[in-house]
Design a protein around this ligand. Structure first.
Ligand SMILES: *[C@@H]1O[C@H](CO)[C@@H](O)[C@H](O)[C@H]1NC(C)=O
Ligand SMILES: *[C@@H]1O[C@H](CO)[C@@H](O)[C@H](O)[C@H]1NC(C)=O
Length: 374
């Protein structure tokens, strides 16, 4: 009888422990897997890609998510506080180079020898992603050669400074080996991504202005090199821009849980942002890059880098050209067998300029499709 009783008590405790464990896992899961900004961006680019010039965002009320946001803001106070305390002032961008591959663009034969320079905003710890890029669209062999057998493309990876000596040693090694790392002395941090983008524009202005076009990308995407090459064959030589344009994005959206979509009025009083390119990937002619760099030094530094570039383009009066096939994340990817049976799916995929947030096997598959005829 006593034993049965103990057993029962033990069972009840176990039940309580299990209930708590499950609740804990569910909560943790919500916190970790929930990615409000990307969800929001995806929703939005779908809306805006459909061609309407909405001045007001179309979907705004999501009571469930709004409730979650209270939680989220509670846990993200560090970034929130940094943004709340943000001092609006221009940044002279006086940082020095820890690494700078000076020869990257200087060995070309003439001013028009380099078609495209790509700069990749990369996180210092992402050596694996950089390796993947070097083997795909970052490979010189993925691009036709131009003059004297040199590739039409150059690529550099942009890094900020790190406090971890071991990581810095790895970066030094990687830089010595590949000679494609540009590293500046500002602290690498999410809230310093605007500095990193300015760094790219500055580097192109000072060290690679002979490239006709510049592409800014993040390190978690793969681009369709043959298609980009074709687009550039007929692109305007100056004032050229192309990317996924986000029009009239709300600054303080009920769905904006933190960051770009919950910017305090003290930082940005207007209700909507100026048009800006989704920062994952966009193309500019190099005169535009030089102009952005010039006005960026006189523009209040803004925490969200792609919005900041939009502000600079607005100051310059340069039109942002939108392409709905420029950037894809999360489109339903056909499997290999479906592709084999479905020419339309294949044709559609060939038209994608870049995709992001995919697993390596899917990116491999895309790369294989894009480069099949090379
Ligand atoms: C979008 O805006 C442009 C310029 O204001 C206008 O000419 C065009 O008709 C608008 N398109 C739609 C679908 O409203
Ligand atoms: C950005 O870099 C500057 C210069 O190194 C540094 O003072 C600042 O703390 C960095 N910002 C963040 C959010 O780390």
């Amino acid at each position: 009888m006593a034993m049965v009783h103990t057993c029962f008590r033990f069972g009840r405790r176990l039940t309580i422990v299990i209930v708590f464990a499950v609740a804990f896992i569910i909560t943790l899961n919500n916190i970790i897997t929930y990615q409000p900004v990307d969800d929001y961006r995806r929703e939005n680019s779908r809306d805006y890609n459909s061609g309407s010039n909405a001045t007001e965002p179309q979907r705004q009320s999501f009571p469930n998510l709004a409730r979650k946001s209270q939680w989220f803001r509670y846990y993200l106070t560090d970034q929130q506080i940094a943004v709340q305390n943000w001092k609006l002032s221009p940044d002279p961008h006086n940082f020095h180079y820890l690494h700078n591959p000076l020869g990257m663009c200087s060995n070309a034969q003439g001013p028009s020898e380099i078609l495209l320079v790509i700069f990749v905003n990369s996180s210092p710890g992402n050596a694996g992603k950089r390796a993947y890029i070097r083997n795909t669209f970052g490979s010189y062999y993925a691009w036709p050669s131009q003059g004297e057998g040199q590739s039409a493309m150059r690529i550099v990876f942009l890094l900020g400074a790190v406090r971890d000596n071991k990581l810095q040693a790895d970066i030094n090694f990687e830089s010595d080996f590949y000679k494609d790392i540009v590293q500046e002395s500002f602290i690498d941090d999410y809230l310093n991504l605007t500095r990193k983008t300015i760094m790219g524009m500055k580097w192109v202005t000072h060290f690679c202005r002979r490239a006709s076009y510049t592409m800014k990308v993040d390190d978690d995407i793969i681009i369709n090199a043959p298609l980009v090459y074709n687009i550039l064959q007929t692109a305007s030589p100056t004032k050229f821009t192309l990317g996924t344009v986000l029009f009239a994005t709300p600054v303080r959206s009920p769905r904006g849980l933190y960051g770009k979509f919950l910017t305090p009025e003290s930082l940005y009083p207007d209700k909507v942002y100026p048009p800006y390119f989704n920062g994952h990937a966009y193309l500019l002619s190099t005169d535009v890059v030089e102009n952005i760099y010039r006005v960026s030094l006189e523009t209040d530094l803004f925490p969200w880098s792609d919005v900041f570039v939009g502000m600079c383009l607005k100051k310059l009066g340069i039109r942002l050209r939108h392409s709905s096939r420029f950037l894809s994340g999360g489109f339903p990817m056909a499997t290999k067998t479906e592709l084999a049976e479905n020419d339309n799916a294949l044709d559609e995929i060939r038209e994608y300029v870049s995709v992001f947030h995919f697993t390596v096997p899917i990116m491999n598959q895309l790369w294989e499709i894009w480069t099949r005829e090379l």
